[in-house]
Design a protein around this ligand. Structure first.
Ligand code: BGC
Length: 896
């Protein structure tokens, strides 16, 4: 019965949470009828109810996610312990959970006794690194990385120590020769003019008695490096040179404390990291490393070069605790093959398109120059293919020092499957080269497997695409000079992203970036963070400003994100309404990417797509407003939705149920957004199927339509057509990608095609997640793991599988905020069996399709509580059961 998996702000024992974000979640060990939370500044006082900061008392509620703190004012920088117990419906109380902790964000303005330090925008001339390396003007313009250090001493027993640290740029913090923490690319990407995030580390165990050295290496990162596709250093966007802000707070055993902040007493110099850039790569000259610079006893006078840092006072930018998960190395992959190309260069194939970098083990003569280039594919002649990276140099270089060394970059990221390694002394052995997979470290939530190998491959490719593109913000692609937080890609993939991984904290962070990028007009941006790019308002892109918060609430049941962004969402709705008084959204469409990259012509009328999304926004806003208890606004949005729906039907839906242009996307949008009048729906669905048949059973959808196509078919009695599209092997199809070597989802259906080869290198990412939005259908329809309309956080799950040829079986799971829900089915002869498992606090409605629904039985031989029409197959009926916690199996005749 004991509640487990206690989390605060969707994170495990976070070390920095804004007071407004302190929300509690747990998994109940029983069907929860009530809960009690206690929060205390002292672990021991949790045992005495008088000294707690908040005691919720017994709250009759099944809620176990996103419960807001409602106690005494939280102390900035304070550490808190909390625990929870629950009661079941019979009134039995569980024991208290083990305590979990959280620490409160420092005061964003007054919590810092430190200043920004750096070495200014000094450029040092760059020497061509390798024998064959050109002296490239882009590379010549890159900055060397500042190394910064300060000595301090500890003279009393330490109870605990926290390092709060951030940079304008990227930092790697060091304490007494050790790397602090395991996060990379910190502090992550935000609009640094509007907010700067910092991280907090527990460094108690790194401190020593006596002399200590706190240090950091900085890099340009998003702040002042190359970002986006304009091949322009971001100096133009945010600032000219990286700076560090750090504050080490030491609490001594006697209760006193000491603060060591960045200030004018720090020293700095440039050293081994000659440049480090996200797009261009890194150059390390190990000869130039001042060995031991971050350890006690180091004498800066010996090697020379250290000078006083520049110090700049805090300037009013809010300094906020990072609400998201950090980027970490989550896996290391050995190569599947190491060989030489026709020019004798050594190549490694990691068997998987991934995001990260290469780690090399080398033991060669001092001064050996090694260069690692990265690419997603090989060209026809077997050479590394890099044209599609555009101006991203994606090259790491090293000049080796004395003796054996492990070489890897620290501040860059490449999207690659292959690496070309030149200058390596001798033959590379597979043991000497490793791919380090790095991305925002987001826990896995979903699983899927089936009787078809290719489908499992597709599922893995989607997840790899998500891993490679969730890097502080959800990006479009990880390899070329773009890597931007495109909102269209993000919204179409959001539901899939939630099923695959627990992205609640990740989206919480990015939705602040979206709000920061909103224009004063109310238009949501097309890209967040926005850089200098003013593009905004594009249908299906900007609408992410409503869709993603709604999705987070829907999947996690957390209202915080809705409360936080309600104002921004309302401003957006006002912006659209202002421009479109006739309820057809044909104006203020910004760049209107429409059904981006639809194969052939994108025939869908832009006004149709835009109006469908407006209707969708209005429907979601009505749900959002009612979830927030804003009932008047909910009513207004429902009324708005009706007006848009009527205008849409009048303009785009004909009396025979055809939808204007007849594109698959037009049908999918009209049906998915519920814009076809009820009596016409089945003929509209038939027209959609006819459009698919006219394309010889191929899809013709781009980024937008693809996300709705299979779900719409399955919810309108046409699951068999959905399976047919899924199984299609010729262009355009998902299987075409897989058959041609894809290990992540491509940007374009024809990223590579037989005869023509690669699509235009100008825009051809082989790792873009948008077309992978199909995985939502695998979870919600194939496995059937879904929830009742209007409900959130899987409080009211509905388990309804949609079996279909060629699958003989499928199974998988989803770790909801209430616990793991598993579902799977198999076909054996003409019998169909559906197995589900529910966590201890969940009951579900289970709907089993069958040719004879009333004869379906559960494990105890009981029949259904009712029989209803099955949405997935014309004329099929479903047996409806109620299932409680635990495992269940339902068997009956297979639906025909
Ligand atoms: C990006 C997309 C993005 C699109 C906008 C492309 O360059 O890679 O993923 O959504 O532009 O149309």
């Amino acid at each position: 019965m004991i509640p487990a998996r206690l989390r605060c702000a969707h994170l495990d024992n976070p070390l920095g949470v804004a007071p407004g974000r302190v929300r509690f979640s747990w998994e109940s060990g029983c069907p929860q009828a009530a809960f009690q939370i206690q929060v205390s500044r002292n672990e021991r006082s949790l045992l005495s109810p008088d000294t707690v900061s908040w005691d919720s008392g017994r709250v009759p509620s099944a809620e176990s996610s996103g419960v807001p703190y409602a106690g005494a004012l939280l102390v900035r920088g304070g550490r808190y312990w909390w625990r929870v117990r629950v009661w079941d419906s019979g009134g039995t109380a569980s024991p208290w959970s083990s305590p979990a902790t959280f620490e409160v964000e420092l005061d964003p303005a007054f919590g810092w006794q430190a200043c920004w330090i750096g070495l200014g925008a000094v450029r040092e001339s760059f020497k061509a690194p390798t024998a064959d390396g050109p002296s490239d003007p882009v590379v010549n313009a890159l900055h060397p990385s500042p190394y910064l250090r300060r000595v301090f001493s500890v003279g009393a027993p330490v109870e605990s120590a926290r390092l709060h640290v951030t940079a304008l740029g990227l930092y790697e913090a060091r304490l007494n020769g050790q790397r602090v923490g395991d996060a990379y690319l910190t502090p992550g990407w935000t609009d640094y003019g509007k907010r700067v995030l910092y991280q907090t580390y527990d460094v108690t165990s790194l401190l020593a008695d006596g002399e200590n050295v706190l240090g950091a290496v900085l890099a340009d990162g998003w702040y002042t490096g190359f970002v986006g596709f304009d091949a322009k250093r971001a100096g133009a966007h945010y600032g000219a040179a990286p700076e560090l802000l750090a504050q080490l707070v030491i609490t001594f055993a006697d209760g006193s404390s000491d603060v060591i902040g960045t200030d004018g007493s720090w020293q700095g110099r440039f050293a081994a990291v000659r440049h480090a850039d996200l797009l261009m790569g890194e150059h390390h000259d190990l000869w130039l490393e001042p060995r031991g610079w971050d350890t006690p006893g180091f004498d800066p006078e010996l090697g020379g070069g250290w000078r006083a840092v520049r110090c700049r006072d805090l300037d009013g930018r809010p300094l906020l605790a990072d609400p998201g998960p950090p980027v970490r190395v989550t896996e290391s992959l050995p190569p599947v093959r190491v060989w030489r190309d026709a020019a004798g260069r050594q190549l490694a194939d990691f068997g998987q398109n991934l995001t990260g970098w290469v780690r090399l083990r080398v033991d060669g003569p001092a001064g050996t120059a090694i260069r690692v280039r990265h690419g997603e594919a090989l060209d026809d002649d077997g050479f590394l293919y890099t044209q599609n990276l555009r101006t991203a140099r994606a090259t790491d270089e090293y000049v080796a020092g004395d003796g054996a060394a492990v070489l890897e970059p620290r501040f860059t990221l490449h999207g690659f499957r292959y690496a070309e390694i030149s200058g390596y002394p001798g033959d590379l052995s597979p043991a000497d080269v490793t791919a380090r997979v790095a991305h925002s470290d987001i826990p896995v939530a979903g699983s899927f497997s089936s009787s078809e190998k290719w489908l499992d491959q597709l599922f893995r490719a989607v997840d790899w695409g998500q891993r490679g593109n969730f890097i502080s913000v959800p990006t479009d692609c990880p390899q070329r000079d773009e890597r931007l937080g495109w909102l269209g890609d993000a919204q179409i993939f959001a539901r899939t992203a939630c099923y695959n991984r627990d992205v609640a904290a990740f989206y919480a962070k990015w939705l602040d970036d979206v709000a920061d990028a909103q224009l004063p007009s109310g238009a949501f941006p097309d890209i967040a963070p926005r850089l200098h790019i003013p593009w905004a308002g594009a249908p299906a892109w900007a609408d992410a400003g409503v869709i993603v918060p709604w999705t987070v609430w829907k999947m996690y049941g957390d209202r915080e994100v809705l409360e936080r962004h309600f104002g921004a969402m309302t401003a957006w709705m006002t912006f659209i309404a202002r421009g479109n008084p006739d309820f057809l959204r044909t104006r203020e469409l910004g760049n209107s990417y429409n059904d981006w990259l639809a194969p052939g012509d994108d025939r869908t009328p832009p006004g149709l797509l835009a109006t469908a999304y407006w209707a969708h926004d209005a429907a979601l806003m009505a749900e959002i407003a009612s979830a927030l208890g804003r009932l008047d606004e909910a009513g207004e949005y429902r009324a708005l939705r009706e007006k848009i729906g009527a205008a849409f039907a009048g303009a785009y839906v004909a009396a025979d149920g055809t939808v204007a242009s007849g594109s698959q996307t037009a049908y999918a949008l009209a049906l998915h957004m519920g814009l076809v009048p009820e009596p016409l729906r089945s003929s509209t669905a038939a027209h959609l199927v006819a459009a698919i048949e006219a394309a010889d059973w191929h899809l013709t959808t781009g980024f937008v339509g693809v996300g709705y196509l299979l779900p719409v078919l399955s919810s309108h009695g046409r699951s068999s057509v959905a399976y047919r599209l899924l199984s299609q092997r010729s262009l355009p199809s998902w299987r075409y990608m897989l058959d041609n070597g894809a290990t992540t989802i491509w940007e374009r259906w024809d990223g590579w095609s037989a005869g023509r080869g690669f699509q235009s290198a100008w825009m051809n990412s082989l790792n873009h997640y948008s077309l992978g939005s199909v995985a939502e259908w695998l979870y919600r329809f194939v496995l059937g793991i879904d929830q009742e309309p209007g409900s959130s956080g899987f409080g009211r799950p509905v388990l309804r599988p949609h079996p279909g040829e060629p699958l003989r079986w499928a199974r998988g799971s989803y770790r909801s905020v209430r616990g793991v829900i598993s579902a799977g089915w198999e076909v054996s002869g003409d019998r169909f069996t559906y197995r589900v498992e529910l966590p201890p606090n969940l009951s579900a409605t289970v709907c089993v399709p069958s040719s004879d629904a009333s004869s379906v039985r559960d494990g105890a031989g009981n029949g259904p509580v009712s029989v209803a029409a099955f949405p997935g197959g014309a004329g099929v009926r479903e047996a409806v059961f109620r299932a409680g916690p635990g495992t269940h199996a339902f068997t009956g005749p297979l639906a025909g």
